[in-house]
Design a protein around this ligand. Structure first.
Ligand code: ZN
Length: 275
């Protein structure tokens, strides 16, 4: 089995300081949290930006400050979010792509979140794909249900995505595919041969599904974006969540990839600095 790539999702769009004091929201807090997670074993950072009031923002100045601060500390692979909660227009959603990060997220379909639609219409998805191609950004395909795998393959046929495809199987977000062992197995079986995949799971089965993903040869995402609790009644910090994944990997005999090794596994070929 290949070494394990651990992605840290430290912030997201939803967690607030009211709910957990451990969620990093300012660029300085996010960069520090990412650096702590890098030292703990994370090799990819999935980044959302917040404005001065703590609300999600699509503004590239904020993304740029976060990216610059992270790059001062470490060479972790940076993946910026083009998710639906921050921006509305295609240009807003894709604004962070113009910073030419190494990776960006791309959701290949729509679903419902509890209070809003996670709306990704075909023309928006195609726009984001074209922007990523223009700026040489590698997309991570966010799969909230099975149809999004099929949609990604259709985009590949159109020349808007190219191999190797990198998937993030997102489970347990209300309105999306539930987090269960059966569903993880089903999603993995539905992927094209040779695809890279990681597993994001929200809810109390997060450690279990992470373990299952690692045992199946997949990779793992963790972080406060997905789970504010470490276990029942105990709030998580981002490094705590990464450290638990590392311990589980050790128990399975699965080595954790360095950033340099993660770039090789993900086939990122931009030649960014890597120790
Ligand atoms: Zn996200």
């Amino acid at each position: 089995m290949e070494k394990l790539v651990i992605t840290i999702a430290p912030t997201g769009n939803v967690p607030t300081k009211d709910r957990t004091p451990y969620v990093p929201v300012t660029p300085a807090e996010i960069a520090e949290s990412v650096y702590e997670c890098y030292k703990a074993g994370a090799s990819v950072a999935h980044i959302h930006a917040r404005d001065e009031t703590g609300r999600p923002t699509y503004r590239k100045e904020v993304f740029k400050e976060i990216v610059d601060r992270i790059k001062e500390k470490c060479d972790i692979i940076i993946q910026l979010s083009t998710g639906a909660r921050a921006g509305r227009t295609a240009e807003e959603r894709g604004e962070c792509i113009t910073l030419a990060p190494e990776m960006a997220s791309l959701t290949t379909g729509s679903s419902n979140f509890p209070t809003m639609a996670n709306l990704n219409a075909p023309d928006l998805i195609e726009y984001l794909c074209k922007q990523m191609q223009a700026y040489n950004v590698v997309p991570e395909i966010e799969v909230f249900d099975t149809a999004m795998i099929a949609n990604a393959l259709a985009l590949q046929k159109k020349g808007l995505l190219s191999e190797p495809l990198r998937f993030n199987l997102v489970m347990g977000v209300p309105g999306s595919i539930p987090a269960s062992f059966k569903n993880l197995f089903f999603l993995v079986e539905s992927l094209p041969a040779g695809a890279y995949w990681t597993c994001t799971s929200v809810g109390p089965l997060h450690p279990n599904l992470s373990m299952m993903a690692m045992a199946m040869g997949g990779n793992v995402r963790t972080g406060i974006e997905d789970n504010i609790y470490y276990e029942k009644g105990v709030l998580a910090t981002n490094p705590m969540l990464v450290e638990r994944v590392v311990k589980m990997a050790q128990a399975l005999g699965r080595e954790v990839a360095s950033v340099k090794e993660a770039r090789e596994i993900l086939k990122l070929n931009r030649g960014e600095d890597s120790k």
